[in-house]
Design a protein around this ligand. Structure first.
Ligand code: NDP
Length: 501
C-alpha cells in the first residue's frame, strides 16, 4: 500500500468546508457530507453537503422564481454584460485560489490549472461582449401590411451539469452564455471537484448577480443531478460528461421535451503523413496524449501513422514521453498529475491489459506509478493496435496512446471515422490538399491542421455523432440559450378573409 507523503505546500493546509448556494443563501442541504480525498496527495481536502432531491427542487423553484419575476431576464444586455465583466475581473483576482482548488481536487498540475483559469476569465469576457449583441431579425419584405419581427428570448431555467476533468473551465463554457441570454440556472459540478464552482458562486454574488439566478448544488448525479434533468420547471439541460450519462440525460429530458445540449466523450485521431514536420508533430503527440493525464475529451489518443514512418515515429514519441515529468500536482514543474480516483486508475489499467490480450504491444509504460503520493499512471504507448480493438474504439480517459497505421489517404479516413465518436481530429502534412481533404472528410466537430488542442473563445466546440449535440463557445453560444419568437404584425384594414364583405 502506498504511504502518502504530505507535500510541504500542504503543511498548514486545513480541509475546506463548503455549502451549497440556493436562492442567494449558503446552505448545508438536507443530506450528509461528502469528503474529497486529493488524488495527488491522499488527504481530505474538501467537504461538501450531499445534496438530495429536495435540495434540487428548492434550487429549481428559486431559479424559476428568479426567471418569472425578474429582474435578471428583464435587464438590458449592457447591464448583464457589466456584471459578467465584473465577474471576469473577480475570477482573475482569485485565480490562484481557484487554480489551487482545481489542482488538489482533480490532481491536475498547478501550472496547467492556472492556465485554465486564464482561459476561463477570457470566456467570461467574451460572453459579456455577446450579451450586448444578442438580437433577432426583422422582415420588411412580406407585403405593405405586414411586418415580421423575430425575437430572441431567454429560454428560461437551465440546468448545468459538469464533470471533474476541467472543473472551472467547463462551467465557464456554459454559465456565462446562459446568463448573457438572461436565463436563470441550477448548476451541479462533479461530486469530486465542486470547490471552484462554489467559489464562483461567491464571485457572482459579489459581481451583482441577483439571488436565485445562479444556484449551485453539490452531491451525486443520480440523487441531485437527475431531478435537474426531469423537473418540468427546467427548460433546458446543458451537460458535459460521459456518453452514457449524456444518453440518460437526453432520455430523462425527453419526458418533458426539454432542449438538451451535450458535450460528451471522444476518441480523437491524429493522421500523420510522411511529409509532415515530424519534430513538431512528435512534440504535439506527446502533449495531446498526456495533457491532463489523458483525462481529456479532446485527448489525441489515437495516432494513425503512415506505415512508412510508423516504427521510427513511435520510437521517437516514446523517447520524448520518457522525459515527461509525472508527479506532485502542486509542483510547478509537474507536467502530468494524478489520476482522479483509484477506481479510474484500475479502469485505465484494464484497457491496457485488454489491448495486450488482443495483440497490441506496450511500447512504453503500461501500469501505475508509485510516487508515494496518491494514484498515478505511467505515460503509456500501445503499438500494433488494430481499428477493431476495444482500445481503438473506446475512450480510455487516461495517459494511454494507441498507435495504428495506414497506407492510403482513403484508408486513413476510413479508420478515423470507424468509431462512434466525432469530437476532434488532427492532420499533419505539409501538403495543403492532403490537409483539406482530411479536414473535409473526417467527421469531427474540430479538425486541427498541423497543430493540436488549440482553442479560442471565438471558435465553436462540440462533437459529431455520439460525442454530443450542439456547440459551445463561438458567436452563437448565447443564442443556444434562447427561444425564437415570431411577431407577425398587421397594419391597416385587411380584406380577403373567408367571408366577402
Ligand atoms: P459522468 O458522465 O460520470 O458525470 C458528469 C456529470 O454528470 C457529473 O456531475 C455527474 O455527477 C453527473 N451525473 C451522473 N449521473 C447523473 C444522472 N443520473 N443524472 C444527472 N447527472 C448525473 O462523467 P465524468 O464526471 O466521469 O467525466 C468524464 C467524462 O466526461 C468523460 O467521458 C469525458 O469524455 C467527458 N467529457 C466530455 C467533454 C466534452 O466537452 N466533450 C469535456 C470533458 C469531459 P457525479 O459524478 O458527481 O455523481
Amino acid at each position: 500500500m502506498t504511504a502518502h507523503v504530505k507535500p510541504k505546500a500542504l503543511d498548514n493546509f486545513q480541509a475546506r468546508d463548503f455549502r451549497m448556494l440556493i436562492d442567494g443563501l449558503w446552505t448545508e442541504g438536507s443530506g450528509n457530507a461528502i469528503e474529497r480525498v486529493a488524488p495527488g496527495h491522499g488527504i481530505v481536502v474538501s467537504r461538501y453537503p450531499a445534496g438530495t432531491k429536495a435540495d434540487a427542487e428548492r434550487a429549481i423553484a428559486a431559479a424559476r422564481k428568479a426567471f418569472d419575476n425578474g429582474p435578471w431576464p428583464n435587464m438590458t444586455g449592457a447591464e448583464r454584460s457589466n456584471i459578467l465583466l465584473k465577474a471576469a475581473d473577480l475570477i482573475a483576482a482569485r485565480a490562484d485560489e481557484l487554480a489551487f482548488l482545481d489542482c488538489i481536487e482533480s490532481g491536475k498540475p498547478i501550472s496547467q490549472a492556472k492556465g485554465e483559469l486564464g482561459g476561463a476569465a477570457d470566456i467570461w469576457r467574451y460572453a459579456a461582449a455577446l450579451a450586448r449583441d444578442l438580437h433577432g431579425e426583422s422582415y420588411n419584405t412580406l407585403g405593405q401590411g405586414t411586418l415580421g419581427v423575430v425575437l430572441r428570448e431567454a429560454i428560461g431555467v437551465v440546468s448545468i451539469i459538469t464533470p471533474w476533468n476541467f472543473p472551472f473551465l467547463i462551467v465557464s463554457q456554459k454559465l456565462p452564455f446562459a446568463l448573457a441570454a438572461g436565463c436563470t440556472t441550477v448548476v451541479k459540478p462533479s461530486e469530486l471537484t465542486s470547490g471552484s464552482t462554489l467559489v464562483l458562486g461567491e464571485i457572482l454574488i459579489e459581481a451583482g448577480v441577483p439571488a436565485g439566478v445562479v444556484n449551485i448544488l453539490t452531491g451525486i448525479g443520480p440523487e441531485v443531478g437527475a431531478p435537474m434533468t426531469t423537473h418540468p420547471d427546467v427548460d433546458m439541460v446543458s451537460f458535459t460528461g460521459s456518453t452514457g450519462v449524456g444518453r440518460l440525460t437526453m432520455a430523462n429530458a425527453a419526458q418533458t421535451l426539454k432542449k438538451v445540449s451535450l458535450e460528451l466523450g471522444g476518441k480523437n485521431p491524429q493522421i500523420v503523413f510522411p511529409d509532415a514536420n515530424l519534430d513538431e508533430f512528435i512534440d504535439a503527440a506527446v502533449f495531446g496524449a498526456y495533457f491532463n493525464a489523458g483525462e481529456c475529451c479532446n485527448a489525441g489518443s489515437r495516432l494513425i501513422l503512415h506505415k512508412s514512418i510508423a516504427a521510427d515515429v513511435t520510437e521517437r514519441i516514446a523517447e520524448l514521453a520518457k522525459k515527461v515529468k509525472v508527479g506532485d500536482p502542486l509542483d510547478p514543474t509537474t507536467q502530468v498529475g494524478a489520476i482522479i480516483t483509484p477506481q479510474h486508475l484500475e479502469k485505465i489499467g484494464s484497457y491496457v491489459d485488454g489491448a495486450t490480450k488482443a495483440g497490441a504491444s506496450v511500447a512504453l509504460g503500461g501500469g501505475a506509478l508509485d510516487l508515494g503520493l496518491g494514484q498515478f499512471m505511467a505515460p503509456t504507448i500501445l503499438s500494433g493496435v488494430l481499428p477493431e480493438m476495444t482500445v481503438a474504439r473506446e475512450e480510455v480517459f487516461g495517459p494511454v496512446l494507441s498507435v495504428l497505421t495506414f497506407e492510403t489517404t482513403e484508408e486513413a479516413i476510413r479508420i478515423a471515422n470507424a468509431i462512434d465518436y466525432g469530437l476532434s481530429a488532427g492532420v499533419w502534412s505539409r501538403d495543403f490538399d492532403t490537409c483539406l481533404t482530411i479536414g473535409r472528410k473526417v467527421r469531427a466537430g474540430t479538425v486541427w491542421m498541423n497543430t493540436f488542442m488549440d482553442g479560442a473563445s471565438e471558435l465553436p466546440f462540440g462533437g459529431y455523432r455520439q460525442s454530443g449535440l450542439g456547440r459551445e463557445l463561438g458567436r452563437h453560444a448565447v443564442e443556444d440559450y434562447t427561444e425564437t419568437k415570431t411577431l407577425n404584425m398587421h397594419m391597416g384594414a385587411r380584406t380577403g378573409w373567408w367571408m366577402p364583405r
